[in-house]
Design a protein. Structure first.
Length: 415
């Protein structure tokens, strides 16, 4: 009985730690994407920058910074431990976020943002820690929670960002964002102090990420293939974003407000399907779920590009949003079923770099396609990328990897 009570107490403790870390994920994402739909308006209103190309340059520099920094944090996590690095990154993020509020020019704002991202790239260490807090077989539940928090943060941040532009001094909101970073730091110290991560259970094989260097990981066919899956899926998702609202306004004669609602619709739809991720992502179903999910995404994107009525557009957005969330979560589950302990942070940092590289390329591709062939072309290109992603998945060693032999119970853990 005492042993059962101790196990129940440990479960409650880990559940509480997961909840606290998911709260930190929400705050981090919320402050990160606060201005993402409104950067052109922000630079015009605050710094008097009218040229839209500056927004593209700003986003390019930001994403390049994350591409370069994420693997470094993952490599450092093998040396110093993810927990300590996360604390340092959160402290640096809070300081540099506060400094953003005092920026006097767009150039100074850009320099401070790069400094901010040097530290904030460490936030990706939270996700491997979350996955390490659960037993093998429970990754689907944690992935569902993470992506639910992600889409909720994006929705609420977009609404708050619109209000921010109406403020007399929008930069002062960064003091609030810095305060949120301090809260995250205090919460993480409170829940992770004394926690020792990175250990492996007896008999558990050592993961590739814990044995290999960064260069060694990039020579691992499995890791590179998984990275390319993340990359192509990210490009397919991001390439449709920059010019979606102008496309809707022009093709369907809708207002900017309605176009904005349609822009956010996939995030809302994603929240409806994520609670069912545990039942979808059971052993033996992962590969079927992923293939069908990406194929449905492609269909939804084609419907959006070719539909002549608003009903078809809405149906396409709903299909695309629901199955984008599912496919990204399935990739996370596949990754963390293989990578555990100290290697997980480093391997995940490589995946983050592949994703950010996709985000780096997407605006350039979207601009080229929209100028050369029309505003609906990015949607068609995204559908094609989904098909390429599916073929890569079917060809890869990931699709042929052995299925987990352990059975799962209804709560997502092994019986």
């Amino acid at each position: 009985m005492r042993r059962l009570a101790q196990e129940a107490g440990g479960l409650r403790s880990r559940t509480g730690m997961q909840a606290a870390l998911l709260g930190c994920v929400f705050l981090g994402l919320f402050t990160e994407v606060l201005l993402s739909p409104y950067y052109p308006q922000f630079f015009r209103q605050v710094f008097g920058v009218e040229d839209y190309s500056y927004t593209g340059f700003y986003l390019f520099v930001c994403r390049l910074t994350v591409v370069l920094c994420s693997p470094v944090w993952g490599w450092l996590a093998r040396k110093a431990g993810a927990k300590r690095l996360l604390f340092a990154g959160q402290a640096g993020t809070a300081l540099t976020t506060a400094l953003l509020a005092s920026a006097d020019s767009a150039t100074e704002f850009l320099i401070l943002t790069v400094c901010l991202l040097l530290f904030k790239s460490s936030y990706m260490l939270i996700y491997p820690i979350l996955m390490e807090l659960i037993d093998r077989g429970g990754q689907a539940g944690s992935a569902a929670k993470f992506h639910t928090v992600h889409h909720t943060a994006v929705l609420l941040a977009a609404l708050t960002g619109a209000h921010m532009l109406q403020m007399e001094r929008p930069l002062t909101l960064f003091y609030g964002a810095a305060a949120a970073d301090v809260v995250q730091l205090l919460v993480c110290i409170g829940v992770l102090w004394g926690w020792r991560g990175g250990s492996r259970q007896a008999g558990e094989p050592e993961s590739a990420g814990s044995k290999l260097s960064l260069i060694g990981l990039l020579r691992d066919r499995y890791i590179v293939t998984l990275g390319l899956l993340f990359f192509t899926l990210t490009v397919a998702n991001q390439v449709v974003r920059p010019f979606f609202t102008p496309y809707v306004e022009e093709a369907f004669r809708l207002s900017t407000g309605i176009a904005g609602v349609l822009f956010l619709l996939p995030h809302a739809c994603a929240l409806t399907l994520l609670p069912f991720l545990r039942s979808i992502c059971k052993p033996g179903r992962l590969h079927v779920a992923y293939t069908l999910g990406v194929a449905t995404m492609a269909a939804g994107l084609m419907i959006q590009a070719l539909s002549e009525g608003i009903t078809g557009l809405i149906i396409g957005r709903m299909l695309y949003g629901m199955f984008l969330a599912i496919t990204m979560a399935v990739l996370d589950v596949i990754l963390f079923e293989r990578e555990r302990g100290t290697g997980a942070a480093m391997t995940f940092s490589v995946m983050v770099s592949f994703q950010t590289a996709g985000e780096l390329l997407s605006p350039l591709l979207a601009s080229f396609l929209s100028i050369q062939a029309g505003l609906n072309t990015p949607l068609l290109a995204a559908a094609l990328l989904c098909l390429v992603n599916t073929l890569l998945f079917r060809w890869s060693a990931i699709h042929r990897s052995p299925k987990e032999a352990a059975k799962w119970n209804v709560h997502g853990s092994k019986t």
